[in-house]
Design a protein around this ligand. Sequence first.
Ligand SMILES: C[S@@+](CC[C@H](N)C(=O)[O-])C[C@H]1O[C@@H](n2cnc3c(N)ncnc32)[C@H](O)[C@@H]1O
Length: 289
Amino acid sequence: MPDTTTLRARNIDFWTRSAPGWADQADRHDEIGRPLGAVALDRLQPRPGERVLDVGCGCGGTTAEIARAVTASGSAVGLDLAEAMVATARQRFTRPGGTGPRFVAGDVETLGVVPGAPFDAVYSRMTLMLLADPLAGLTTIRRSMRAGGRLAATVFRDGRVNPWLPAALLGAAAHLGPLPPLPIGDEPGPFAFADADRVTRLLTRAGFADIDLRPYDVTLNAPDDPAAVTEWLIEVGPAGAAYRDADPESRGLARAGAAHLLERFRTAGTGYRLPAGLWLITARRALDD
Ligand SMILES: C[S@@+](CC[C@H](N)C(=O)[O-])C[C@H]1O[C@@H](n2cnc3c(N)ncnc32)[C@H](O)[C@@H]1O
């Protein structure tokens, strides 16, 4: 596996280059992608007055949802590695007078403690498996929580229970320029947290207590609009930057290639049903930590 410095450089480059596609797709992603984190939000139950951190907040949709739950008496902070993601999140959700969620650009692996700590609760949707050094990132998260504070996060399980995810990439890739290196083994990537024992070991080494992983199967419902749905899936995936760099003809071929492989998830006239297999990860910072 490449060293952590190389993986971190890859991560920042990848997310900086992916950010414009995520920004364009932000509303669609918030709507269709909600089941990817709903179970963690249900478990976390952010309450009015609480301080809550959203790790890897992307374009801020989930942080804004948390901000509504904690109300103006609490605070919601979204942290993201990519400045451009944070800029989009601020544009979408920062309100005059500084009310609403706050967004911070930074790497959870190297911050030591996240600005705004200590947090009562930490939420994260589809990010922890992407960290170049997950132990460092999880340690920052634990240190940023108050004693007794709670963590609830979702990550993907493996590729077999998320078959649509590689389909969009495989269908599009042949028509696009060079793609970023695809992850191998435990390298950061969508399925790097598939192994529950590995995740439990990492959380234990990071100092968490009451660690629990549960499988959840959810369905993403997307409208019967193949061009829009395939573009969304390409833009929020590893081929996103190459897709944006491509000429219109290649983009059309990439969408058609992805649409072909995604056809098995589509019912004409009804839409797409994309099955997603998740781990719900919960843990606490021990009271005596
Ligand atoms: C798959 S996206 C998920 C975004 C959002 N949570 C969602 O579910 O829509 C992963 C996000 O994690 C961010 N990220 C990756 N590594 C990070 C790190 N080391 N520190 C902070 N954020 C990171 C990326 O910039 C990206 O916005």
